[in-house]
Ligand binder design. Sequence first.
Ligand code: GCB
Length: 635
Amino acid sequence: MSTLARLMCGRAVRRAALLAGALLCTAAQAANELAPPLLLTNAIHRSGDDLSGDWTYSKDRYRVSLGEMNNTPPDPRNQRYRDINVQAEEKANPATFFEYDMQRAPRASLPGSWNIPNTELRYYDGLMWYQRTFVARELGSKQGAARAFLRFEAVNYKASVYLNGKFVGSHEGGFTPFTFEVTALLRKGENQVTLGVDSTRSDESVPPTFTDWELYGGVTRPVRLIYTPKTYIDDQVLQLLEDGSISATVTLNGPVAAEQPVTLSIAELGLKLQAATNAAGQAQFKFKAPAGLHRWSPESPKLYDVKVQAGDDSLADRIGFRTIQVVGENILLNGKPIFLRGISMHEEEFGPTPARIITPQAARALLSEIKHGLNGNYVRLSHYPHSELTVRLADEMGLLVWSEIPVYWSVDFKSAKALTTARKMLAENILRDRNRASVFVWSVGNETPGTPERLHFQSTLADDVRALDPTRLVSAALWAHKEKVNGRIEARITDPLADKLDILAINTYTGWYGDDTLDDITTMRWTNRHGKPMVLSEFGADAKANYHDPVNKPKFSEEFQAQFYVNTLKMADNISFLRGVSPWILKDFQSPRREHPVYQNGWNRKGVVSETGQRKLAFDVLADYFKRKAEAVKP
Ligand code: GCB
């Protein structure tokens, strides 16, 4: 992928230099070079062995097995990833001594955060080791299993991977997939895989140390061993363009990737097309969308079976086609203005002790509350990329998705390392999800300070989005500048990052934090000199489910929260350039920051439903508002 981008960019740079316009290509080149070397796009539909289930685990607070105590390689006896059977060694030589034994360590079922087997681990922040054994398929040309890859959908926050005692690779970033080829390392019979999972973060990490959500260290999404033929389809991307054509690019990886025929078929549309790969293994298709193409929308989320075939490999996916644009102050979906009726959501399942275990049922329970309970057409997946299965479900159910990377609050914006980490994460997120019709905007962060370094940081990310996926919109959640003038709050968007964005997204907590009252919300006045659409990406107030006081309506009561929603939605109706809302937040969520002993106890209570799914009064206020909004646009 990156080699290919370099080759293409080299040509384009030469051409662009002639036209004195080399800048765009430089940005595209840089963005592509940060993309992972192996994509395995659509891995979910590939044949493989699921490594979910029982793993043993062992805490390593002092990082002994990484040998980080005194910067010397760890004593082999301390390496938890060593390819030995400690019990057998001890039996063979009773005098031998080991401080650990991964085989006899406690067990946890993966995927899921490390607080699943033991809620005491909720606040454990450090290095944890996981190990399991498995028997791999025999590799050969039979059944297309010639190469094998270990694929991790998410390990939070850093992962070091070892197979049969050997280091395979590492990855930083808790929310995006990564893949290592292990063809040469697998052996017949039992194999042993060990993961060092490190949740420790710093100001240079993305997100930084201080956030308002649960840590959830661990292997939070599936791990699979995936098999492919020698030459396989590493990436395919299909997009409906504004000019009514469909463009598709297929990239092969392997010894016979160059000058190969590739077939792309969408049977339901009667399409079967062929193209040949170039020297870099990439085939390009561009064709007029058939007249009968049914465009994807939340009301009618049509997906097509798309098949790609090349050599011994073939891969099927379900893909929707739609366009998204901003024209003036409007967001146009398939050419028509849309109002985003949504809510924000963390990746946390319903229940009293969540461990970030997102099964299909758990994802459906969350998204159904938005789609059917609230009458929504949109979800803000905050503040980091959620699981691929959630995004695929949004495609299927018909919810537009705001996708974000965790460039949040106090990242060290001066740090080149932090910027590289964020850029890689953004590339991994975009390359994973750019076939999902539901995703309409890539957000480059949330509530960051107005410093020049941060402007450079997030502008670079916005440029990366344009280079990696020019078919979607760019945004970031910002603060507005607020001032009281003659007793009324005047709100303006003064953040210079706004110039880089397609949608202006504003988080507002007037009426909750600070001294402003609920009445101050309704009289607020908003101005926008940018001529772009605005969405209220957040507004919210805490309420403890079942705490009622209709007379005094104190903070933390359901009545206060409901009134906060009534007033904020009234204000929203007076903003002529407002094109959507995603209040904070669907469900009460765990946050070590929230320790009010009466109302919170480790939970941020701004959900319109409680952690177990009980709807609060504000839920109905929002559902009624969205119902009215939806009816207003019906033909
Ligand atoms: C915000 C943040 C969100 C917090 C929320 C709150 O502005 O974007 O991550 O959880 O406020 O509850 O204060």
